[in-house]
Design a protein around this ligand. Structure first.
Ligand SMILES: Nc1ncnc2c1ncn2[C@@H]1O[C@H](COP(=O)(O)OP(=O)(O)OP(=O)(O)O)[C@@H](O)[C@H]1O
Length: 280
């Protein structure tokens, strides 16, 4: 690494290599717990605007829920945070997204490396057609980390799956139940030790028992990771999140506050209407 290059944090050598220096001004110090921040983020698909001037600061080691009616831009927002929208030809963004003060859209940032720091879990569990062991090993391999049995076990334990699969690590991940597959995907996402785990409706394809296990797991994951979760289930947002961001039609972030305030005393009437089921 050359001298003018820096990494997002000292523990994550060679993840995001950029010559952009982290922002260490007083302004950023005052928001020391912010891990990811957007300013005036606008996203367009062709001529259609999906996000409208979204500014938000998301704190570290907490669960932030994104809620709102269908089509209001929640998934689009999530995908902006790890540059998955780069993969959509007609998507265009303006505004800024910073991870620990570094502009993730800077030319010096490698999007593939960024996605290792910001892992993602999708609505439908998507394990690879490989063994349970290899699914998790993949998470290590892409980061160039040594694959050891200890690391595989650690990731599976962190995903609350180890006890159920420890005697069948050679079995295909596809043979697990839906809930187990989703926890395997979480193990794969956390194996490279990311900063943030993005979850796009991770329980909506699961039965209530499996969903409840994932909720318990999220509660444990925030001790080590920041979790940002899109959910259509307002009870779930109320149960598991510390902060809730409410998006409404047109891609506007209407209100963002601690979850208790959003659900018990929202400032915006439209949020109250949405929460109480008057629309959406
Ligand atoms: N790949 C794409 N190409 C074109 N338009 C898109 C694409 N992805 C999303 N959109 C549009 O952007 C808007 C926001 O979609 P997005 O999926 O982000 O909303 P959402 O709140 O996550 O919706 P849902 O809750 O239904 O998943 C919608 O109008 C959608 O049709």
């Amino acid at each position: 690494m050359s001298q003018n290059e820096s990494t997002i944090d000292s523990e994550s050598e060679s993840l995001i290599t950029t010559d952009v220096q982290p922002d260490t001004t007083a302004e950023s110090a005052s928001s020391a717990t912010t891990i990811v921040e957007t300013e005036q983020l606008n996203v367009y698909y062709g001529d259609d605007q999906a996000l409208d001037d979204v500014s938000i600061a998301i704190p570290e080691n907490q669960v932030t829920a994104l809620i709102g009616p269908s089509g209001c831009g929640k998934s689009t927002f999530l995908r902006c945070l790890n540059r998955m929208n780069d993969l959509i030809d007609i998507a265009r963004i303006d505004g800024t997204v910073t991870l620990r003060g570094i502009d993730i859209y800077d030319d010096a940032v490698d999007p593939v490396a960024l996605r290792r720091k910001i892992g993602m879990v999708f609505q439908k569990p998507n394990p690879f057609p490989k063994s349970i062991y290899d699914n998790v090993a993949y998470g290590l391999k892409v980061q160039g980390k040594e694959i050891t049995d200890e690391r595989i076990e650690e990731a599976l334990r962190s995903a609350a799956l180890w006890d159920e699969v420890k005697d069948q690590l050679d079995q295909s991940g596809l043979e697990l139940s839906g809930g187990q597959q989703q926890r395997l995907c979480i193990a794969r996402a956390i194996a490279p030790d990311p900063d943030i785990v993005l979850m796009d409706e991770p329980t909506s394809a699961l039965d209530p028992v499996a969903a409840s296990k994932i909720e318990d797991l999220i509660d444990e994951l925030v001790e080590d990771y920041t979790v940002i979760i899109v959910t259509h289930n307002m009870q779930q947002a109320a149960r598991i999140s510390d902060q809730t961001a409410v998006f409404l039609t047109g891609g506007e972030l209407v209100e963002y506050d601690d979850t208790t305030t959003i659900f018990e005393n929202p400032a915006d009437d439209r949020v109250e209407d949405y929460i109480t089921g008057k629309f959406g």
